[in-house]
Ligand binder design. Sequence first.
Ligand SMILES: [Zn+2]
Length: 199
Amino acid sequence: MKKYTKRPEPDKAEIEKRRESIDAIIDKYSCPPDDMEDRDRYFMRAAAELAELAAKYDDVPVGCVIVRDGSILTGDCNSKEFFRNPVNHAEINAIGKASEKLGGWRLTRCELYVTLEPCPMCAGAIWAARIPRVVIGAKDPKHGAYGSVLDMNGYNLNHMPDVVFGVMEDECSQMLKDFFAFKRNKKEDSSAGDEESAT
Ligand SMILES: [Zn+2]
C-alpha cells in the first residue's frame, strides 16, 4: 500500500503574524471615499496590498477584499503555498471568512474586489455565495473565468454577478510580472554553476 506524507503545518507564530498583517491592511482602509470610481480604486488598492503580502510568503500575488455596506467586511490573499492547499486562492479564503463573519452562506449584499480575474473554481464560489458584484484588476489569459478562457456568466446559471474589469489593471498585472520575473531570476541564480541541477 502506498504511503502518503501528511503535509507539514506552517509554524503557528507565522500563521498569527500573517493574520495580523492582513488585519492591519484591512484596518488601514476603513474610511472609503464617497465617489464610486474612487471607491473602486480604493478597495482595489487594499486588495493589491494583500496581494503584496502573498508574495512575501512566496505565493503568487493575488489579493481580495469583500465589501459590504460600503466598508471592508474581510479580505485575504492567495495562500496556496503557505498552507500547501490547492483551494486556498484569495477569493476562496475571503469568501470563507465573510460567511463565517456573517453567519450564513449568502453574500448577497457583498462586492468582491480581486486583483486578478477569478479562475473557474473561484468563479464557482462567487456563484455559490451569490455575490452580486465582482470588481477585477488584471485579466488572466491562462485561467480567467469571466471571459478570458471561459465565461461563467455565459451559461445561464441561476446567479450571474455584474463584473467590472480594469480597476488598477496595470498595477495589478505589473505585480504579477515582477513576481514571476523575480522567481525566474532566483531559479537561474540557483542553477548557475550547477549544471547537474539544471532542468
Ligand atoms: Zn481561483
